[in-house]
Design a protein around this ligand. Structure first.
Ligand code: 7PJ
Length: 260
């Protein structure tokens, strides 16, 4: 899954793709490089970020979705928590919803059930503005796993089809380095659930904490983490650097279990 942020303030590519034609070039390049899904978001969820209005988010995201969908072979996912944005995005041609609130906003579950599109539900403790203040868990992997299973079950009860659900432990969302490391170590506990597992660690601050690198210097760390996530059972990795990630996974896959 290749990331396209159409926000002025995202932590690693904020402000870069506000221009529509630049955005189109970028998604075509990600598709060429091997992306199977393009994830487009109009609201930054980085720690401390402020939320944007529904209309602002629609104004940022919908024109870009309309511009890119006719040119793409692969589906577009929309990174949003707002039911109105979900509806507008799918009407504009998006084929998937990616929600860091795991459909907990009012009306979100019903909307996704009604739209009948795949949805990624991510775990987050707290909300972006305050989530990194003092994250606390007794058992981070157990609690995140339980949360995701409960959300999946509630959504299925409300009419979301099981085969449309993807789960994501939400690296960096209300988690400190120790939490993130433990979660990463225990990814197999998530991979064994009966839902595809999505992992997003690309350029995140946990990699900066491990390497001392600023956002622009986190490619090697991101590749290493993406490969390990796949080996631990991730079905989808959400990344900024699609070409590099594709190649890293290609080599790891070939060498991990050579074809007979
Ligand atoms: C994630 C996300 C993630 C899913 C962001 C960033 C911060 N959606 N949206 N999983 N992260 N599903 O791009 O690093 O980890 S925003």
């Amino acid at each position: 899954m290749g990331i396209l942020n159409v926000t002025p303030d995202s932590f690693s590519d904020g402000g870069q793709w506000l221009d529509k034609s630049a955005a189109v070039r970028q998604v075509l390049a990600m598709q060429e490089a091997g992306a199977d899904i393009i994830d487009i978001g109009g609201e930054s969820t980085r720690p401390g970020s402020q939320s944007v209005s529904t209309q602002q988010e629609i104004d940022r995201v919908i024109p870009v979705i309309e511009a890119i969908v006719p040119q793409l072979r692969v589906p577009v996912s929309t990174d949003t928590s707002k039911p109105e944005v979900m509806r507008a995005a799918v009407a504009a041609g998006a084929g998937m919803i990616n929600d860091v609130y795991a459909l907990r906003q009012a009306g979100a579950v019903e909307t996704v059930a009604d739209l009948a599109v795949p949805v990624c539900m991510m775990h987050m403790q707290g909300e972006p503005r305050v989530m990194q203040d003092k994250p606390y868990y007794d058992d981070v992997a157990g609690e995140v796993r339980q949360f995701l299973l409960e959300r999946a079950q509630q959504c299925q009860k409300a009419g979301v089809k099981k085969q449309n659900i993807v789960l994501d432990p939400g690296f960096g969302f209300g988690k400190n380095l120790q939490h993130n490391v433990e979660l990463f170590h225990k990814l197999p506990l998530f991979a064994e659930l009966d839902y595809p597992l999505l992992v997003g660690v690309s350029r995140k601050s946990m990699l900066g904490q491990l390497t001392g690198r600023a956002v622009t210097g986190r490619l090697s760390g991101s590749l290493s983490a993406a490969v390990l996530a796949c080996l631990r059972g991730a079905a989808i990795v959400r990344v900024h650097d699609v070409a590099e990630t594709f190649e890293a996974i290609e080599v790891a896959t070939a060498l991990w279990k050579p074809k007979a």
